[in-house]
Design a protein around this ligand. Structure first.
Ligand code: FES
Length: 109
């Protein structure tokens, strides 16, 4: 796994998602506290490319702002149908920044 620096943690919203373009990909970074950690996913909703970084977050659930599909950020799986899933990337916080491996994936699909 090769992690690369994605964004300074100070530029990530403390609540909700943060949109980041990185290596021709559009990603969404979700930051959590207690303990502090991040989840990085593809920003485009699998339904119709809605902006997931702009979705409301409740616990580990993000709601797509376009048509309200919901995804569990812990699994990437849509709560309406497990046929829909958003890709999650290996990520961690180090040196006050978010590091990601965009060639890897957390879940086997
Ligand atoms: S684009 Fe996300 S629910 Fe339709």
């Amino acid at each position: 796994m090769t992690l690369e620096k994605l964004i300074d943690l100070s530029r990530c919203h403390a609540e909700g998602g943060t949109f980041v373009e990185f290596q021709a990909r559009e990603l969404a970074v979700f930051r959590f506290s207690s303990p502090e950690r991040v989840i990085v996913i593809d920003n485009a909703c699998p339904h119709s490319a809605g902006n997931l970084s702009g979705g409301e977050v409740d616990g580990s659930i993000v709601t797509c702002p376009s048509h309200n599909w919901q995804f569990d950020l812990e699994t990437g799986i849509c709560t309406h149908t497990d046929m829909a899933r958003v890709k999650r990337y290996p990520a961690e916080i180090r040196d006050d920044a978010v590091w990601v491996d965009v060639e890897g994936q957390v879940d086997s699909i």
